[in-house]
Ligand binder design. Structure first.
Ligand code: SF4
Length: 327
């Protein structure tokens, strides 16, 4: 560890003032404290925002769902409204991390968490994300768990969040509050940034901006949804591949389809080609297989992760069948 200052914000104004001066927000601390211990991150000032009133889960005026940024993962997963209207979110949260971590970590922190690329966490390794311009040790190193979609020459790390895959599928929006008190809403697809030539820049956040909530749009009902995670062991492990699926089926025809994949992209990977293939069709095993065939389009596998191309197709096909055949 190293010296840093710590302040606890008693209200939103105090937090924003500290954020404007360059303070780094912290709540559950389940990622940031680890990274500080390893000196991967070295913020001068931490601003504890745990006491801010951002712990509500509510239905929006338009019939969507708003989850406050400081809602704990455990509480979000267990909330009756989340469980009944968006089971894909509950399932993604419950398959994340460990029970102890879920009891501490917040929804805002979950989407802000940083990659699990081992080279990023090893300060002796070259890593453009941690140290811009130094190189990418993963490209020529052991890259079995790395991304096959959305990569660049500068970075091939995956985004680790499961919940973010559900948010991407549902086309959630992130609500932000600026240091001057202005509010804005960013589509989830624009909030997390692909690495390009600046992998150190991961979110579309301006200096001092605070995440206040993640909002799900209202979707036609009934909506069947669920999350499937494929990993090396059954608990406390990150996804090799995952699939978040939501389907609105009426009169035996798929009217709406929301699909995204995890464990394969530098950001949670929305699958519009799969969605287009499903809409207007009648559910069948042949349809699930055909639609999933589009899932790996554009993949650029690395030396050790070629297996993800086929595994992604199979994961999407299986989850389409599970959700599509459910009642
Ligand atoms: Fe760093 Fe990204 Fe390369 Fe990992 S993949 S070493 S995070 S630049």
């Amino acid at each position: 560890m190293y010296p840093f200052s710590f302040t606890k914000a008693s209200d939103t104004r105090e937090a924003l003032n500290a954020g404007r001066r360059g303070g780094r927000y912290i709540a559950g601390g389940t990622t940031l404290v680890d990274l500080m211990r390893e000196t991967v991150e070295r913020p001068d000032t931490l601003v504890d925002i745990s006491d801010l009133p951002l712990r509500d889960i509510s239905v929006t005026e338009r019939g969507g769902l708003r989850i406050g940024a400081l809602v704990r993962m455990t509480d979000a997963a267990a909330h009756p409204k989340v469980r009944t209207t968006y089971p894909v979110i509950s399932q993604a949260l419950e398959l994340s991390a460990s029970a102890q971590l879920r009891n501490m970590a917040t929804i805002g922190g979950n989407i802000m968490q940083r990659t699990r690329c081992t080279y990023f966490r090893d300060v002796s390794a070259d890593c453009n994300k941690r140290d811009p311009g130094s190189g990418c040790a993963a490209r020529e190193g052991f890259n079995r768990t790395h991304a096959i979609l959305g990569t660049s020459d500068d970075c091939v790390a995956t985004h680790p969040s499961d919940a973010a895959v559900a948010f991407a599928a549902l086309e959630a929006r992130v609500r932000l509050l600026g240091p001057d008190g202005s509010e804005r809403t960013v589509p989830f697809a624009d909030f997390l940034l692909k690495p390009g030539s600046t992998p150190n820049r991961e979110q579309a956040l301006q200096r001092g901006e605070l995440i206040t909530a993640v909002e799900m749009p209202a979707l036609p009902r009934p909506l069947r949804s669920g999350y499937l995670k494929v990993r090396d062991r059954q608990s406390y492990e990150f996804a090799l591949t995952s699939a978040a699926v939501a389907l609105h089926i009426r009169g035996g025809v798929i009217r709406e389809a929301k699909v995204a994949a995890g464990g394969v992209g530098t950001v949670p990977w929305k699958l519009p080609a799969v969605e287009r293939r499903l809409i207007g069709e009648r559910p069948s095993d042949a349809l699930w297989a055909e639609a999933a065939g589009e899932a790996s389009d554009g993949a650029r596998p690395l030396q050790h992760n070629r297996f993800k191309v086929e595994l992604l197709r199979r994961t999407v096909e299986r989850q389409l069948r599970i959700v599509g055949d459910s009642k």
